[in-house]
Design a protein around this ligand. Structure first.
Ligand code: FE2
Length: 315
């Protein structure tokens, strides 16, 4: 896995930057912040910028982890009980700024208008009553591995997660397509548009499916788009066999990372699938708490469904 541990000197450079940027805005949801994030990101330590640029450009790994950002557990307060944000400035605004500045080195953040109120930087917390849901807000049901927003051509290129609290050591699961051995004949089948993708449960207002290949790009090092939980069973035996083998191979290669407070995990949504193990939530303010952003390398490809060139919300 591609990893970077911030040095003490780098942390000393990051903290005043993050504090100063956070002081300029009421929230990372503000357009002015989002428009300037990539500029502020150029003030992050050069080694961190080189690291994320290499992750973006050379695709060394399906995921990467940045460690060393110090999270003050008492300052961030209790784990929220819901993803809805209050009107006042977030107690974790500085952590949100850090995650967003790192993300700005990979691309531009995006959100979906029908998902979590169109929020850009989302709190991933268990919600009481959602324990058995196949959603980021669930807990007692495993979040089965998937490509994020697999149904959608405008899905993000990367998902950024920052851990604020994980007392129960809940693992985030992932598998990189480059670590999976596949039969060349089955790769050929997976490159053909035999597969029907439906909106996953995080897009409850959509219903229309899209037919597309599961693998694309370079057959020797393909990109992947796969969410068997929200796909039709293919009509032909060869297509069924190809996806069943891919499911088995991903299951066999599924790895996990247990994020610690301050760690940021970036998942390449073209090179890796991801999920989350089940856990028992307490709903007492001490549960697992992550921040999440979605990042696209090319805002223009969704211009037809956004209000303005710099708008981040897909309608
Ligand atoms: Fe996901």
């Amino acid at each position: 896995m591609h990893r970077l541990e911030l040095t003490d000197e780098e942390v000393e450079a990051v903290l005043p930057l993050v504090k100063e940027v956070a002081s300029r805005y009421g929230s990372v949801e503000e357009d002015d912040f989002l428009d300037s994030a990539s500029t502020y990101a150029q003030e992050l330590p050069r080694r961190l910028r080189l690291f994320l640029n290499a992750f973006r450009l050379t695709e060394p790994s399906g995921v990467c982890v940045i460690s060393g950002y110090p999270v003050d557990d008492s300052k961030i307060g209790k784990t929220p009980t819901h993803w809805r944000k209050g009107p006042v400035s977030s107690s974790s605004m500085e952590e949100e700024v850090f995650l967003n500045l790192c993300g700005a080195l990979l691309g531009d953040v995006i959100a979906w208008s029908h998902q979590r109120g169109g929020l850009i930087c989302q709190d991933i917390v268990p919600i009481e009553g959602h324990q058995d849901e196949m959603l980021g807000t669930g807990s007692e049901r495993e979040l089965v591995w998937h490509t994020e927003d697999a149904r959608y051509p405008y899905r993000g290129d990367y998902i950024g997660l920052m851990c604020l609290r994980n007392l129960d050591a809940v693992p985030t699961t992932f598998a990189s397509i480059d670590e999976i051995q596949l039969d060349p004949d089955q790769v050929d089948v997976l490159f053909e548009p035999h597969f029907v993708f439906h909106p996953d449960p995080s897009h409850p207002t959509d219903s229309e499916g899209e037919t597309a290949p599961v693998l694309f790009g370079d057959p020797r090092s393909p990109y992947v788009r796969f969410d068997p939980y929200s796909m039709d069973r293919p009509e032909t035996e060869k297509a069924r066999s190809a996806i069943d083998n891919l499911i088995r191979a991903i299951d066999a290669n599924l790895r996990s990372v247990t994020l610690l407070p301050g760690q940021c995990l970036f998942i390449d949504n073209y090179k890796a699938v991801h999920g989350r193990s089940s856990f028992k939530a307490r709903f007492d303010g001490t549960d697992r708490w992550l921040k999440r952003i979605n990042i696209t390398r090319d805002l223009r490809k969704s211009r037809g469904v956004r209000q303005a060139p710099a708008s981040r919300v897909i309608l």
